[in-house]
Design a binder for this molecule. Structure first.
Ligand SMILES: [Zn+2]
Length: 483
């Protein structure tokens, strides 16, 4: 590695002014990669001048000042890329998706904001039932959804469905991809088994087979929809899952007792029906929250007072929920998080806070923070690089970036997407795909089983995976109309 470093110094590489895009200084023989950067994002701040990130065998081998790099074995085969002027981030982790709904368009806005998820799911209490079905083949839809997220810098998803390859699917043993070992991460849309529309107020008679403490504690992570709504019935769900003394009277079938699953291995998805006091309980127990503000705003007209949660010490991660009412990308979820919090609570969220919700906090929610979620030596090289102007906040440049700003997406050091300037880093079956006005090289065919273009052609005009800055028909993030 010394040789490369000295060659770079001789070439005056560090004297060159930073540009908005990366450029390859040397194409090496291996997949190992030395990225020189002045915008390497970490939870402790931005590594600036003369910093490097060295990727070896799919993992981050070193990140820090170039002088500390030393003589790492095998480094002479690495490619060397000057990314000063760009922003280098961990790949985003989307902690909530229903990934099989990726070929449907968002719901048309009929102006209705409801009290509980069953109101729009099933049309209870005189609300309009919002029908939605997986469009076409489920496998194609999931692959299409994973591609949309990869194209916007997301490398891991908790989405209730998976295809092999593409994004890591942290809730599936078979979907983890290179370098991750299996942990029991459970995704549950109906912890109370209320799929048919059971709503309770004052007791926990949801019927048999609801989640209980003994079951939930067996899992590495239990990530469940709890309290999705703004009414007492939504609030009741949390009480039934957090307080063993709330309902001690069995229903006729013997079930129906309240339980207490709230613990560090549990993440609550939505949690919109919880009071501030309830969130203090969540905080005290070390449980986590998955926040999907756009879907909350669009369906219920409001969202969490997230500054209270953060102030209480709760780990909050972002999730896009699904295309019908949520965000198409993590960047758009973050944009909604900011505008909703400003409009409802008159608080400005910093870009870094949103970025943490999409990276290290998300890794903690998934229970993979030792492997993913930050740029640290030893972790997997799931990395996204965004081009841009470096006079602003680099966290902002990352978390709000449109797809066309993507320079490189790496999963375990493997190039999945590269900008035209980074094309020579790619290998395997790759193709050119237009992202707006710029071409990207997309290398997914080996894993997809067809080219991206072939899949796109076969899907015939479904909701796109390549998106402009504001995706078409994006669900509104405006505070809602009263019930
Ligand atoms: Zn959901």
């Amino acid at each position: 590695m010394d040789r490369i470093y000295h060659a770079l110094l001789l070439a005056g590489a560090f004297l060159r002014p930073a540009s908005a895009e990366c450029r390859i200084l040397k194409r090496g023989l291996s997949r190992d990669l030395l990225l020189m950067g002045d915008g390497i994002l970490t939870p402790d701040g931005v590594f600036q001048r003369d910093s490097v990130l060295f990727i070896q065998s799919g993992r981050i081998a070193y990140v820090g000042d170039i002088c500390g790099l030393g003589t790492s074995g095998g480094g002479d085969d690495a490619s060397v890329v000057d990314c000063r002027g760009s922003v280098i981030s961990p790949g985003f982790i989307n902690t909530h998706e229903h990934i099989d709904f990726s070929t449907v368009a968002p719901f048309p806005d009929i102006g209705e904001r409801v009290g509980h998820r069953h109101d729009w799911r099933l049309g209870t209490r005189n609300f309009t039932m919002r029908e939605v079905a997986v469009n076409g083949s489920e496998i194609d839809a999931i692959a299409w959804g994973e591609l949309r997220h990869i194209f916007s810098g997301t490398t891991s998803i908790i989405g209730g469905g998976m295809v092999p390859g593409l994004a890591r699917n942290l809730d599936f043993t078979d979907g983890l991809e290179d370098g991750l070992e299996s942990r029991l991460v459970i995704y549950d849309t109906f912890p109370l088994k209320d799929r048919l529309g059971i709503m309770r107020n004052g007791d926990c008679d949801y019927g048999p087979n609801a989640i209980d403490r003994d079951t939930a504690t067996q899992y590495h992570r239990y990530i469940g929809h709890i309290g999705e709504g703004i009414d007492v019935e939504a609030a009741n769900e949390f009480i039934c899952l957090s307080n063993v003394t709330f309902d001690t009277t069995p229903a006729i079938d013997g079930s129906g007792l309240s339980t207490d699953i709230i613990a560090p291995n549990v993440a609550l998805v939505h949690a919109l029906g919880l009071s501030l006091h309830d969130f203090d309980v969540v905080a005290a127990r070390g449980a986590k929250v998955v926040w999907s503000p756009r879907s909350n705003m669009y369906l219920y007209g409001t969202t969490l007072n997230v500054t209270h949660l953060l102030g209480a010490g709760i780990t909050v991660a972002l999730g896009t929920d699904w295309l019908p009412s949520g965000s198409a990308t993590m960047g758009r979820e973050a944009a909604c998080a900011v505008s909703a919090t400003r409009e409802i609570y008159n608080v400005s969220l910093a870009a870094k806070v949103l970025w943490e919700m999409a990276t290290i906090n998300a890794a903690r929610v998934a229970g993979y923070e030792d492997e993913l979620g930050s740029l640290e030596a030893g972790k997997l090289a799931d990395i996204v690089i965004f081009s841009g102007e470096r006079d602003g906040d680099p966290y902002e440049q990352a978390i709000f970036a449109p797809q066309e700003k993507i320079e490189l997406v790496l999963r375990g050091g493997k190039v999945l997407v590269a900008s035209s300037g980074m094309k020579d880093l790619t290998s395997g079956s790759c193709e050119q795909v237009s992202f707006g006005n710029v071409d990207k090289t997309v290398c997914v065919a080996d894993e997809l089983g067809s080219s991206f273009r072939e899949l796109e052609a076969s899907l015939r005009g479904v909701y796109p995976a390549v998106l402009p800055g504001v995706p078409p028909y994006e669900p509104s993030c405006k505070p809602g109309i009263k019930l």
